[in-house]
Ligand binder design. Structure first.
Ligand code: PLP
Length: 467
């Protein structure tokens, strides 16, 4: 499989290439040259496979030419071996129509582990092969950071610099990153928002002063391998609920449009998905874009679902690329305009082509109401991100024979204050997290100034010296 840039002006790469590269050199994102497709019979034959075996079936077309199925299987088994639930992503029933897909049984308690545990394995595999070393630079709104750090801590060939918005993530989220004291892990708190931190990371990729001496790699959801890994649980859930004969709708709490884009990929591959609900909090650029065609930036409001406090959703560019008929030069012009003006319009025609998606926005009260409904009616304690998804799922009416699955993206104990406020119970951290709340932390606070952050990374990176 070859990968091409959404802006049409970067050399195509193979799977190992896109895994290590992150952003394309023309500023675009890599996507597969075409969407692989499974027939109904092929999908029916996936029923009953273990999660790792299903992952191999789904991912094999994307890794073709780089990894064979036996190698892929070993990597999947290693990646999913650290989950605390044998089903990896179990389904929990709420009522006659609604289900939760629990994606938080990995080491850092959010769905990001599903992809990043695999990405850590892929990095090791590809770096060992080429005898190279990498510097990972990332920005996190909370959960990517800890999941990425867990996946690479203590490794020899990777060094990680993780930027987070100072004071805007929960204490558990911060401690899950800053308590990792491995020498290859560097945490930086930026005085600013997540978007400020992400803009710095993007700029570093296009800045030869840093991306020359250091070989930079991205681990945020612009990395294709992450999205690919997330396609698997859409298949896993739908198969359990009767696919391909039965159709399933998914409601996805959305920030960077990564997780829900993986659902779109599953649909392109032949999974019969009724609807993908893009559930946002009050930072609702995606809801405005999909419901009215208004994709315009308007500042970030901090909420109780910090991993969704995002205004520019990087992966939306991947959907736009398809909606533009996969025309790279039209996309380059569109994105240049957007970067200058901070807004773009989706034509009625493009919105028609995006009809698989519906969008719903939840404010603070609606989020708390969803947490209360799950607890009082179904005995489930859910986190605020999941609650936004559940609000979306319950806001849209579906035919009786459609199962509606809300992606439960984080363990409630990651956001204990919000949960306690809504349902009066403080969720406990799972025992396997140990003494997280009292152990030593290490991180640096830097002003939101690009040169300061870049120069700090350049000065403290061990560099690309290969062992
Ligand atoms: C990252 C995250 C999201 C948003 O996922 P995207 O792929 O950025 O849309 C939602 N919920 C939680 C708990 C997250 O960590």
């Amino acid at each position: 499989m070859k990968y091409i840039s959404t802006r049409g002006n970067a050399s195509p790469l193979d799977f190992a290439g896109v895994t290590l590269a992150g952003l394309a050199s023309d500023g675009g994102l890599y996507v597969p040259e075409y969407w692989p497709h499974f027939s109904e019979a092929e999908i029916a034959a996936m029923r009953g496979l273990s999660y790792a075996d299903l992952a191999v079936r789904i991912m094999a077309p994307f890794t073709k030419g780089t990894l064979d199925e036996a190698e892929l299987k070993l990597l999947c088994e290693a990646a999913y071996g650290r989950f605390s639930h044998a089903a990896i992503t179990p389904l929990v029933q709420l009522d006659h129509q609604h289900w939760l897909l629990e994606l938080f049984h990995g080491p850092t308690l959010a769905f990001k582990d599903v992809a990043l545990q695999l990405l850590g394995q892929l990095f090791e595999r590809f770096l060992a092969q080429t005898d190279k070393a990498l510097t990972i630079v990332g920005a996190t709104s909370g959960d990517t950071g800890s999941a990425a750090i867990d996946a690479v801590a203590g490794r020899e060939r990777t060094e990680i610099f993780m930027l987070h918005p100072h004071g805007r993530i929960s204490e558990v989220q911060r401690r899950q990153m800053t308590s990792v004291l491995a020498p290859n892990v560097h945490n930086i708190a930026i005085e600013g928002s997540f978007d400020d931190a992400q803009a710095m990371v993007k700029r570093m990729f296009n800045d030869p002063e840093i991306n020359g001496p250091l070989k930079l790699t991205a681990v945020n959801s612009i990395n294709w391998a992450r999205l690919m890994a997330q396609v698997v649980y859409y298949f896993a859930a739908a198969l359990k609920l009767g696919a391909p004969e039965c159709r399933v709708a998914f409601s996805v709490p959305t920030g960077n449009f990564g997780d829900v884009f993986a659902g779109y990929v599953a649909a392109q591959m032949g999974l019969p998905i009724e609807t993908l609900i893009v559930a946002t909090n009050v930072n609702d650029i995606l809801h405005r874009a999909l419901s009215r065609g208004d994709y315009s930036v308007s500042g970030v409001t901090p909420t109780q679902a910090p991993s969704m406090d995002i205004q520019i959703s990087s992966n939306f560019e991947r959907l736009l690329f398809d909606l533009e008929g996969r025309d790279g030069s039209a996309m380059a012009a569109r994105m240049k305009w957007f970067e200058q003006m901070g807004k773009m319009v989706l034509s009625a025609d493009m919105r028609k082509r995006a009809k698989l998606f519906q969008s719903v926005r939840a404010d603070a009260n609606e989020t708390a109401d969803a947490m209360r409904w799950a607890y009082e009616q179904c005995g489930q304690i859910i986190d605020p991100h999941t609650a936004i998804g559940l609000h979306g799922a319950r806001s849209i009416e579906f035919a009786r024979d459609i199962s509606v699955v809300t992606l439960a993206t984080a363990h409630p104990a990651k956001f204990p204050d919000a949960v306690e406020q809504a349902v009066g119970i403080r969720p406990a951290l799972p025992r396997r997290l140990g003494d997280l709340l009292v152990c030593e932390e290490r991180y640096l606070i830097l002003p939101g100034d690009y040169e300061t952050v870049r120069d700090h990374i350049l000065a403290s990176a061990a560099g690309p010296a290969v062992p």
